[in-house]
Design a protein. Structure first.
Length: 228
């Protein structure tokens, strides 16, 4: 049932986005297999507009305090929202994302860890590297354009601007055995920096200034649910 509702919302969102904002999607994602989509994040509109640019259903890692209403919370979980507690590695959320990718699904992550306050890219967090290390999945970078102009942080009503999403070529990372904490940390940094650089290139914008915001453990542990 949730798949049917998702499909209806996909059609409605894409139609409204085209009519109101001349929405356009460029590129695509692999048609089969587990995939991690990594995109910039500047507006509440990013999730629906990213979703309706993909031909496949997707699940989204998003901060857990966005939807405090219990009924709405349950509906959005059924549609693909994976609540993510910030400030530390949320093993339940990341474990669910890993399980979905291993089952051949599409999962979306915002490497910046939250919405940009000024529309510019922020330094990436390390969590994306944890998922890649545990699944070996391809990462498709994506740049969402125009959503900050339409609905920036703090705005009550949308403004008019053209919006769209551009998907890049899949990135594949070979981690090899992560023997110690240093190996794991270097791999997470390589993944997050490469991905955010590719996102910037897709949007023809400068990459973020500053280092990686490290919010991940030094290496995967059996406590993460992917070990089940």
């Amino acid at each position: 049932m949730s798949g049917f509702v998702y499909a209806i919302l996909w059609i409605l969102t894409r139609a409204i986005a085209w009519l109101c904002f001349r929405y356009r999607a460029e590129g695509t994602v692999p048609r089969t297999g587990g995939v991690l989509i990594a995109a910039n994040h500047a507006s509440y509109l990013d999730i629906p507009l990213l979703g309706c640019g993909m031909p496949r259903r997707a699940w989204y890692l998003g901060r857990s305090d966005l939807f405090p209403v219990p009924v709405l919370n349950g509906i959005l979980r059924a549609l693909g929202w994976i609540p993510l507690r910030l400030g530390r590695l949320d093993r339940d959320a990341f474990g669910k994302a890993i399980d979905l990718i291993r089952a051949g699904k599409v999962v979306v992550i915002f490497p910046e860890g939250g919405r940009s306050l000024d529309g510019h890219l922020r330094p990436p967090k390390a969590g994306i590297g944890v998922i890649v290390a545990q699944t070996g999945c391809p990462v498709v970078p994506a740049y969402i354009k125009g959503t900050f102009e339409v609905l920036p942080t703090g705005a009550r009503w949308p403004r008019w601007a053209r919006v769209g999403v551009r998907f890049g070529a899949p990135l594949q990372f070979e981690s090899g055995p992560l023997q110690d904490k240093g190996d794991a940390k270097r791999f997470y940094q390589r993944v997050s920096r490469t991905v955010i650089t590719q996102i910037a290139a897709l949007g023809d914008v400068p990459p973020p200034v500053g280092g990686q915001e490290d919010d991940a453990p030094d290496r995967p542990t059996a406590g993460t649910r992917h070990a089940e």
